[in-house]
Design a protein around this ligand. Structure first.
Ligand SMILES: [Zn+2]
Ligand SMILES: [Zn+2]
Length: 319
């Protein structure tokens, strides 16, 4: 069972996204790329070199519902006359614009993000959400942890690996300890935990960094020989990248805690101090706030800092 990685262009700063073709019955794509004419053209070309057309696809499996990974799903599904689509039930990005939810607004304002800034973020995300076609409930099925995706010559086991997003999934082929892990493991960058409402209680934040560390340890437990990420080359030295991530997260924890001033700080003000040069760049602001919140939540959960509510806004203090 051969896993064929195909690199597809995206309009995002992160660059190309990896799509994986498994040319066996049922013919499967893992992720598909964004809904842009350019991505569709390149994916068609690269599939054609493998003798595959969109209409041959029988199954589309999504690592997570970010636009660069899932945007073209509906187009391919329609062209392939109702190919099966599978995604974890905790993902919502393929349903509607993520920041459109009232829950996101509540979480952002509670983190000290001014309403006007949130409105700007929302406009930007409305544009980004145009790079995904929504799927109706009847158009996809659910990926479940530990379930095997069967192929004529092998299987991939689904691993629910939350962190980057609540419903992020990875896939393991145990025969040769190969992983496909979406944005959970990327060779050149430490993945961002993205701010999201908790799937169980949307009034709370999803504890992205704590979840991410558990997922990373779970992936490591397979002693992977090869890990395909959602962007860039595959990882051949998982131990090296694991330790690099843990170090980077530890350093960032210390830095975030050091940015809390004597009279306390909101996640928004910590984000501004954490990324002083790039903070005003459109999408970066949302990512910066996500990163600050993820680290503050983690520091709070491990007892390093305390949080209190002041006029509906969370204020963090060092002990
Ligand atoms: Zn992503
Ligand atoms: Zn990505």
């Amino acid at each position: 069972m051969k896993i064929i990685p195909l690199s597809i262009p995206t309009p995002f700063y992160v660059g190309d996204v990896n799509v994986f073709l498994i040319k066996e019955d049922p013919l499967t794509l893992i992720d598909v790329g964004p809904k842009t004419p350019e991505a569709a053209r390149v994916l068609r070309e690269k599939l054609a070199r493998e003798g595959v057309k969109f209409s041959d696809v029988r199954r589309i499996v999504l690592t997570h519902a970010h636009e660069d990974h899932c945007g073209m799903t509906k187009q391919i599904r329609d062209e392939a006359k109702n190919a099966e689509v599978l995604i974890h039930e905790w993902e919502t990005g393929h349903l509607f614009g993520r920041l459109a939810h009232q829950e996101h607004r509540t979480l952002m304002l509670r983190s000290g993000v001014p309403d006007a800034v949130f409105s700007d973020m929302q406009k930007l995300y409305e544009e980004i959400s145009l790079l995904t076609d929504s799927l109706a409930d009847s158009e996809y099925g659910r990926l479940e942890d530990e379930v095997e995706l069967g192929f004529e010559g092998g299987a991939l086991r689904v691993l629910h690996t939350p962190g980057h997003t609540p419903g992020s999934c990875s896939f393991v082929r145990e025969a040769d300890r190969t992983l496909i892990c979406g944005d959970c493991v990327l060779k050149r960058i430490t993945p961002n935990p993205i701010l999201a409402p908790d799937p169980i209680d949307p009034n709370r934040r999803f504890r992205s960094l704590a979840e991410y560390l558990v997922s990373l340890a779970r992936l490591r437990s397979f002693s992977p020989t090869l890990a395909y990420g959602g962007h860039g080359e595959a990882v051949t030295d998982f131990e090296e990248i694991f330790h690099r991530y843990v170090r980077a997260i530890d350093e960032r924890q210390k830095r975030v805690i050091s940015l809390i001033s004597g009279d306390g700080a909101t996640a928004y003000s910590v984000a501004q101090r954490l990324f002083p040069d790039s903070f005003d760049h459109d999408v970066h602001r949302f990512l910066a706030v996500s990163e600050a919140i993820a680290h503050l939540d983690y520091a709070e959960s491990t007892g390093k800092i305390a949080v209190s509510l002041n006029d509906g806004v969370e204020v963090y203090n060092r002990h």
